[in-house]
Design a protein around this ligand. Structure first.
Ligand SMILES: [Zn+2]
Length: 267
């Protein structure tokens, strides 16, 4: 199917207004590392010093990430999803993301209509894991940062139950077999319940910047919904992975564009 090059969110406003329900998926093109330049945003001298250290050093990576995650957790409202917030205002919508940075929870979107099954950076978990216990990330990160800034030493956090390292409760390629799925289950239940209401409704599906990291999460399910729901329309936006199969001809647009540009995010 031929890709549309210059279509942007504003070109779909009337279609969105006309829809009963709007389903949005947000992928890596709109992740924190794509949107936020931590080097300029975090002016803390200790963090700046870490940026000049060995990039391959595991401890340095860990400590940098501690500052970045701490920054994300304490971020006030982020402006990146403004255009999306505007078109979704007054609509019955749900947003799912495969990102694990918690960024959409700092947007103006309704928190009851968001789910982040790969984690949001709010918790640590045991690396093992020895139990299903989750530990608030905020406290651990503050400890790490305080210790580093007073002693210059990079510490790791230990599981209080078994002594193994604590790691971020996020789902990545490395952690997919040990990821504890407790934190997002309520929002996931709300999501699946909402999906049940989409049957035979005019459903507008907007997939933004998703790749093939976890295609089973929403990339493939969105295609399936667009295919089976006769009143559905789907728009897939991606700089490189915008392709849509022939079976969705007339029911979907492939927009060859970075999602940041599609949402008119300044950068
Ligand atoms: Zn443990």
């Amino acid at each position: 199917m031929k890709a549309k090059e210059r279509h942007m969110l504003k070109d779909y406003v009337s279609r969105i207004q006309d829809a009963d329900l709007v389903l949005v998926g947000i992928g890596p093109e709109l992740s924190a590392y794509e949107l936020i330049d931590f080097k300029t945003e975090i002016q803390n001298e200790h963090y700046q010093k870490l940026l000049r250290m060995d990039e391959e050093d595991k401890d340095v990576i860990w400590m940098r990430q501690a500052y970045e995650r701490h920054y994300l957790l304490n971020h006030s409202q982020v402006p990146y999803f403004k255009k999306l917030e505007e078109v979704l205002d007054q609509k019955d919508y749900f947003v799912i993301t495969s990102n694990n940075d918690g960024l959409i929870f700092h947007s103006g979107l309704d928190k009851n209509r968001l789910t982040a099954p790969c984690g949001s950076g709010d918790f640590f978990q045991c690396k093992g894991p020895c139990s299903e216990q989750l530990y608030p990330a905020e406290l651990g990160l503050e400890d790490l940062i305080r210790h580093y800034e007073t002693t210059g030493k990079i510490e790791h956090l230990e599981c209080p139950k078994c002594g193994a390292p604590l790691v971020y409760n996020i789902r990545t390629e490395d952690t997919k077999s040990t990821y504890i799925e407790g934190a997002y289950l309520n929002s996931w239940a709300a999501y699946t319940k909402w999906l049940q209401t989409t049957l035979n409704k005019k459903l507008f599906i907007l997939e933004l910047g998703e790749g093939f990291g976890v295609p089973g999460l929403f990339r493939w399910p969105f295609e399936k919904m667009a295919f089976y729901n006769e009143k559905a329309y789907m728009v897939r936006v991606n700089r490189t992975l915008y392709q849509i199969g022939e079976e969705l001809k007339g029911k979907a647009d492939a927009v060859k564009m970075d999602s940041k540009d599609f949402l008119e995010i300044e950068r």
